[in-house]
Design a protein around this ligand. Sequence first.
Ligand SMILES: [Zn+2]
Length: 353
Amino acid sequence: MATTPRDYYHILGVPRTASPDDIKKAFRRLARQYHPDLHAGAKKAEMEKKFKELNEAQEVLTDPDKRKKYDQYGADWDQAQAFEKARQQARTAQGFGGPWGGEGDYTGQGSGGSGSDHFSDFFENLFGNRGRGGTGRSSSGMPGEDIETEVHLGLREVLTGVIKRVNLREPRTCSTCQGSGTVRGRSCVTCQGTGMTAEYKTIEVRIPAGVQDGTRVRVAGKGQPGINGGKRGDLYLHVAIPSDPIFRRQGSDLHVTLPIYPWEAILGAEVTAPTLAEPVKVKVPPGSKAEGKLRLKGKGLPSATGGHGDLFLTLQIVLPAGISEDERGLYERLSKQRHPDPRTELLYGAQRR
Ligand SMILES: [Zn+2]
């Protein structure tokens, strides 16, 4: 079976001089990106392929012996390996107990890539060997990766602070096949042969009042599990506060458009205006102008300095939707009053263009 040459260093995005540690790190980063459980649809198939390639690359490059062979033979390293293996098997009837594991690993697939039974190894390397007792690995623990996710807050939640439930997916060894990807020689149905399933977890995170849009909240120890006893990574929540059509944010200040009738503007009125808490009574002063602003001190969002911003009401003069005969009469009386032409300035300005 012909395969395209695979450059393992390229797959992992590391230089040929990369240290084993660099290779492990690169692998872990990409594995999380490619993991098939984290993708759906057409992307999943693509990611499965990439994930296998990646797994194969790390398996070779993290094994000093295999890496040496790969560096020596290049893309044909596994054929060279198979050749050596065959030669060795010819020498000993007991087969080959080394890291190549079960028989048929190369005979069945040629150089077509690693079988799914490598996923268990991958899994142990990446997520620790939970639920299966120690394997006697002596390497020191590596801390787990950090998780980054986004939380959306409503403005009332910003005002009061909130406990948010955050849903996380955490890869787990498939319990059906114990991570081997196969059950009695067949691809495992539970995990579709990947050896892994996703576990959904919900954690509660307290977000303090007055948090700003774009803030990164760190939740220590809620990231991915460490490897070989390494500590868990951290969870980072990116706080997103979507813009609100009623309460427009400007720092810790809020802006609300407040509709008023013409007579309320002219005569003044006491009207009810919304705030993030209870609605409040507001005095519209007599002679108010359209687009005039009223300020409600301290009714904005909590500010970084500990106080509160203000809530600004922008007056918008509106007409009643329908009018009665009486009202028509009043408008007629109004129209007979002498007023300066409100278009004078516009017409004057337009001529100077
Ligand atoms: Zn399975």
